[in-house]
Design a protein around this ligand. Structure first.
Ligand code: ADP
Length: 170
């Protein structure tokens, strides 16, 4: 599998699946989630509501992933995953790693070969970039998957540099 790093906006990516840093409600939020729903249109939220009602009435648990259509986005699917909120007293890196492996599992079920990830948990959920980047890179590298390209889409220079360092160290 190829791992690529790009600076940019996740909603611009022409890949089979883009990953949403969602919250467990699946009913929308800020950051990546807000951008995806704004640009993808209401069809994505409608499918999220259906998934909540049929499969996850109490919300999607942290570290899990579900796929929906991508509406008006250039991707074919959105895979929504819930990252952990960073805690200074508890190591939640296994949950962040799980987001990445569960997304790749969902991608395999869809037959998606190219997948673009944002830096999950590093926005509102407060994970320091220097901690999140190696967890994300190592989880993807270790995954057994048919996905051929994983692209990390980093929104700013600081995120890009943290992922570049993590990739060099992996
Ligand atoms: P979380 O709640 O998991 O922390 P956020 O959406 O708040 O998720 O942020 C995750 C990361 O995505 C942050 O580093 C943020 O800067 C970045 N980000 C925000 N909007 C976009 C976007 N449109 N494309 C790519 N990355 C984005």
């Amino acid at each position: 599998m190829r791992i690529e790093l790009v600076k940019g906006d996740i909603t611009d990516q022409q890949v089979d699946a883009i990953v949403n840093a969602a919250n467990s409600s699946l009913l929308g939020g800020g950051g990546v989630d807000g951008a995806i729903h704004r640009r993808g249109g209401p069809g994505i939220l409608a499918e999220c509501k259906r998934i909540r009602a049929e499969r996850w009435p109490e919300g999607l648990p942290t570290g899990r992933a579900v796929a929906t259509i991508a509406g008006r986005l250039p991707a074919k699917w959105v895979i929504h995953t819930v990252g952990p909120v960073h805690s200074r007293s508890e190591d939640r890196s296994h949950l962040l790693a799980s987001c990445h492996t569960e997304v790749l599992k969902a991608a395999d079920e869809l037959g998606a070969k190219t997948v673009a990830f944002p830096a999950i948990s590093t926005g509102v959920y407060g994970y320091p970039l220097e901690l999140a980047a190696p967890v994300a890179i190592n989880a993807v590298k270790a995954a057994e998957t048919q996905v051929e390209e994983v692209r990390f889409v980093l929104f700013d220079e600081a995120a890009y540099r943290a992922f570049e360092r993590a990739l060099a160290d992996a």
